[in-house]
Design a protein around this ligand. Structure first.
Ligand code: PLP
Length: 437
């Protein structure tokens, strides 16, 4: 009888780290070595991500509750049975990536389903491989349709590492690449005065994450996005919502910009960009969806933005199943309920540890815990991991840790996360010199 081939754990952790260091990225390998974690991913299931081996010899592997979900890639957790079923069905039916130059059944069906779910008259969808590419496309479309160059984004923004997307990011992501004098202008997030001063007849687009994630789970004041919409209308500027992390039910509504941030504030941007959760954790797919008038850009050349592996037909089929699941009213009600429980628990922790926590903020199942200094914020990530919570700090606001559990999480899992956070906080050193990695 043939033995099932071992795929996860075919090599020892030590060998994998060595290979990674030699062939992928030695600086990343030494970063994790320094932290002292055996941070090679092993098995994963529903809410859990296990490391391959223990941190030290003889120790069991870390078994972590996934509160990172790679920013929403694992909105449905790991190994969701319906998604695995769709993946197998798609392969058995003969789907593959498909040829992006041809007319595609799966791309059409997914785009139609999205048009039914997206806000207002956003009804056209173009496919990409990753979020950065889809943001690039959004910014290209805005420049082409307006024939203007200036792009306004937020100071601490993160929109991806590709060309135009990078331009809209905070400077720490782009200075090393000698980003030159640019058409990109950055403003403090949530400040209407700041944007009013720079938006003008030369502006092509305003792009914001609805809740800046890397920027520290920032919550704009009520009315901010509605006013941004008015300013854009007034100056003929394209409004782009980056819903890569906040879309697809994360806030308890399908779209944060359309009722997920403030129940009664339903803003319709001109373009919405999605990625991460569109993959359902398996097949990378990103989308740039826009209002019909923007389609004019393709009038003279329908092949202006092409992506050989973007919008894989197999991926589209899987994505359609994911949308079926997350768009059910019961599913979104569940996210709202879990969100309330999580919010209340985090606020309790804030009260209990008011000496180090200065704020907790978020929506639905997207939350930030802000500490009173940046060092503590970063080190708390280590304390969370030691206590079985997989989450990390916000790269552009290091005093804040970000918690984004899968949307399928249940009350008992929320209790377990809160219990583990409580322990991590109680173990947390009160003086800087006691901090241990
Ligand atoms: C808000 C936001 N936009 C865009 C991106 C870029 O997506 P990708 O990593 O798929 O290129 C990210 C990735 O983290 C993101 O968080």
């Amino acid at each position: 009888m043939s033995q099932k081939r071992k795929i996860i754990g075919s090599e020892s952790q030590k060998n994998i780290v060595k290979m990674y260091s030699t062939y992928v990225n030695k600086y990343k390998a030494s970063f994790f070595k320094k932290l002292g974690f055996g941070i090679v991913q092993g098995e994963r299931d529903r809410f859990h991500v296990k490391m391959l081996e223990g941190t030290r010899k003889g120790q069991p592997p870390l078994d972590l509750i996934d509160c990172r979900t790679t920013g929403g890639v694992f909105n449905l957790g790991h190994r969701h049975p319906e998604i695995i079923k769709a993946l197998k069905e798609g392969i058995d039916a003969g789907l593959d990536i498909g040829d992006h130059h041809l007319i595609s059944e799966q791309r059409s069906l997914l785009a139609k389903q999205m048009a039914e779910l997206l806000p207002g008259d956003i009804s056209k969808t173009q496919y990409c491989v990753g979020g950065g590419e889809a943001i690039d496309l959004a910014l290209k479309l805005a420049r082409a349709i307006t024939q203007r160059k200036k792009i306004i984004s937020a100071n601490r923004a993160y929109h991806g590492v590709t060309g135009f997307a990078l331009g809209a990011c905070a400077s720490n992501f782009k200075d090393i690449f000698l980003w030159g004098p640019s058409d990109f202008v950055q403003v403090p997030f949530g400040d209407i005065n700041a944007i009013s001063k720079v938006i003008d007849e030369d502006t092509a687009a305003v792009i914001f994450e609805t809740i800046p994630a890397t920027g520290g789970i920032l919550i704009a004041p009520e009315g901010y996005f509605a006013t941004v919409r008015e300013l854009c209308d007034d100056k003929g500027v394209i409004m782009i919502s980056d819903e890569v992390q906040t879309g697809l039910g994360r806030t308890g509504e399908l779209w944060a910009i359309f009722g997920g941030l403030y129940e009664h504030e339903k803003v319709v941007p001109d373009i919405i960009v999605l990625a991460k959760g569109m993959s359902a954790g398996y097949y990378p797919i990103a989308t740039c969806s826009y209002k019909p008038f923007i389609e004019e850009v393709f009038k003279d050349d329908p092949f202006l933005h092409i992506s050989s592996t973007g919008g894989s037909e197999l991926g589209c089929y899987v994505c359609r199943r994911m949308l079926d699941i997350i768009s059910q009213p019961k599913f979104l009600e569940h996210v709202r309920k879990m969100g309330r429980e999580f919010r209340d628990g985090l606020n309790e922790l804030k009260k209990k540890y008011s000496n180090i926590i200065v704020d907790v903020r978020g929506r639905g199942l997207m939350w930030g815990i802000e500490f009173n200094n940046e060092v503590y914020g970063q080190v708390f990530t280590v304390y969370m991991i030691k206590n079985g919570i997989f989450a990390d700090y916000c790269g552009n606001n290091k005093s804040t840790n970000k918690l984004m559990p899968p949307l399928i999480i249940e009350s008992e899992d929320i209790d377990e996360i809160l219990k583990r956070l409580d322990i991590a906080l109680s173990e947390y050193p009160k003086k800087k010199k006691e901090v241990q990695m």
